[in-house]
Design a binder for this molecule. Structure first.
Ligand SMILES: [Zn+2]
Length: 109
C-alpha cells in the first residue's frame, strides 16, 4: 500500500533554524505491537518529547487534539498546547520507541 505523505522534503522553516538546523526523519513505533504509528520530522538534538502537527509526515489524516492511538489500542501520546500556542502530542515514556525512518534518505535527496 502506498501511503500519501503530508510533505516530501525536509521543512526548513524558522522552527528548524531555531533548533540548530539539524533534523532527522524518525518512525514513532508502538512498543505494544511494533507498528509504525507516525513518521515524523524531529528537529534539533536530544530526546523526543513532543510531536508538532506540522512535522508529522505520516499518516495523512491526524487529529492532534485527541490522543495518539495505535491500532492495537496503545495510547502513545496525549494532546498538549505548547507555550507558544502550538498544538502538539506529548509522547508517553515507555509507550513508543523512535527509529530512524526509511524516509530519512529520501527527504534529503
Ligand atoms: Zn500498537
Amino acid at each position: 500500500m502506498i501511503q500519501e505523505l503530508r510533505f516530501k522534503k525536509i521543512k526548513k522553516d524558522t522552527y528548524f533554524k531555531k533548533r540548530g538546523g539539524v533534523t532527522k526523519i524518525c518512525d514513532i513505533v508502538c512498543t505494544g505491537c511494533n507498528r509504525t504509528v507516525l513518521v515524523y520530522q524531529k528537529d534539533g538534538p536530544g530526546w523526543l518529547k513532543r510531536c508538532y502537527e506540522n512535522r508529522v509526515i505520516l499518516p495523512k489524516t491526524i487529529n492532534i487534539k485527541k490522543n495518539l492511538l495505535c491500532d492495537c489500542g496503545n495510547v502513545l501520546a496525549s494532546p498538549v498546547v505548547y507555550k507558544d500556542g502550538r498544538f502538539a502530542w506529548h509522547l508517553i515514556t515507555g509507550k513508543f520507541k523512535r527509529r530512524k525512518s526509511k524516509y530519512d534518505k529520501k527527504f534529503r535527496s
